[in-house]
Design a protein around this ligand. Structure first.
Ligand SMILES: *Cc1c(COP(=O)(O)O)cnc(C)c1O
Length: 378
């Protein structure tokens, strides 16, 4: 297998060529329906209605599927639409095991949904390598949710070990791999059954699309249920957004490489700063799961990191207010760097320390990013 296979796959993004016009990029196909001929036969048997089939979504799905090494991928109208479809594929009476620290909105929804629909939801501490096994073997379990590295502390979980724990118990493993992208980590190769991404983030990468994607290792019954949920509940991605996503992905490898090397340099620079308590980044040897991250990450540790500052919430808010280049906004994975005070966003029940800022490091010149925070710290 050539070493730069992903880079070539992404650059060509399906290698579209319109033989009629010679065009090298796919057109946007907005049609909501597909016609039948005089005999009532569909012109294209795989096309009936746009809630089920879309050229533009399928083009982007094909690229993601190959990148993940999966069997099939489905795009959704947001990351949450994709993640909730996975959870909704569980039946009442089944058991879901999820990490204590994970994407905030999804965790909040899971608690309500599982409560309303009679699905048993149990949390495990992903910091403790043995806790998942303890929780999973306690009772028959159907699905294990895992996020690595996890928002906003960037705690890393050993995906291969978790897959083994899940499979021994006949449960399926779902990995939220939004932060690393399939370029740095391929969960299916490590044993995951389903991989989820908020494609809003790195996959699209330009802060102009909200999308989600699920990829399966096997087209099993659960996969059928997830596909049916999309087609019936209608959480599809529009042709234009799918087209933008495919276009964004053509530079995914370049953006991820740059964001990772910028984040590594940023983390190393501020790691011993007198006003910094701690830099949380899996690429630093001081990170508690640095060794696991090294094993399961290829070519970098991603663009996400958090920093805890001395002086508590007040001082941290002042530092954030002084940043001039980095944009104060939620979300991550865009070409421009973003910064966010998570405790403020999550509210009074948030477990996130209030002296923590979360940085999504983008593709700017690293000197400018370092100078921006240095200026804010004086
Ligand atoms: C953003 C995000 C989601 C939710 O995705 P949306 O596209 O915002 O709906 C889920 N998990 C992680 C890790 C995310 O960063």
């Amino acid at each position: 297998m050539p070493k730069n296979q992903d880079a070539s796959l992404l650059s060509h993004a399906g290698h579209y060529l319109d033989t009629r016009s010679g065009a090298v990029v796919p057109p946007i196909q907005p049609s909501s329906t597909y016609a039948r001929d005089e005999q009532g036969e569909l012109y294209n048997a795989s096309r009936t209605y746009a809630r089920d089939h879309s050229d533009n979504s399928e083009q982007a799905e094909a690229v993601i599927c190959r990148l993940e090494g999966g069997q099939a991928s489905r795009l959704f109208g947001s990351g949450m639409a994709a993640a909730t479809a996975i959870v909704q594929s569980l039946r009442p009476g089944q058991r879901l095991v999820a990490p204590t620290v994970m994407y905030w909105s999804l965790r909040a929804w899971m608690v309500d949904f599982c409560n309303d629909w009679g699905i048993e939801l149990v949390f495990y501490d992903a910091d403790d390598a043995t806790d998942l096994a303890r929780v999973v073997v306690a009772k028959p379990t159907h699905m294990v949710w895992l996020e690595s590295p996890a928002n906003p502390t960037w705690q890393v979980v050993d995906i291969a070990a978790a897959a083994q724990v899940a499979h021994t118990a006949n449960a399926q493993l779902v990995v939220d791999a939004t932060v690393l992208t399939p370029l740095l980590c391929k969960p299916i190769e490590l044993g995951a059954d389903l991989v989820f991404h908020s494609a809003t983030k790195y996959l699209n990468g330009h802060s102009d699309v909200v999308a989600g994607v699920v990829t399966c290792a096997q087209q099993d019954q659960r996969w059928q249920r997830i596909c049916n949920i999309r087609a019936q509940l209608g959480g599809i991605l529009s042709p234009f957004s799918s087209w933008l996503l495919l276009r964004g992905m053509r530079t995914l490898h370049l953006r991820v490489e740059r964001a990772s090397s910028n984040a590594q340099a940023f983390a190393e620079h501020f790691h011993n700063h007198p006003q910094v308590i701690e830099v949380m980044y899996p690429g630093l040897p001081s990170h508690p799961q640095h060794n696991i991250a090294k094993q399961q990450c290829k070519n970098g540790f991603g663009g996400m990191l958090s920093i805890r500052f001395k002086g508590g919430r007040e001082q941290t808010a002042i530092i954030m207010g002084k940043l001039q280049l980095m944009v104060r906004a939620t979300s991550l994975g865009g070409v421009e760097s973003l910064v966010e005070h998570r405790a403020l966003i999550e509210g009074p029940t948030s477990p996130v320390p209030d002296d923590l800022l979360r940085f999504s490091i983008g593709c700017e010149a690293i000197e400018d990013l370092i100078a921006d925070l240095e200026r804010a710290l004086v």
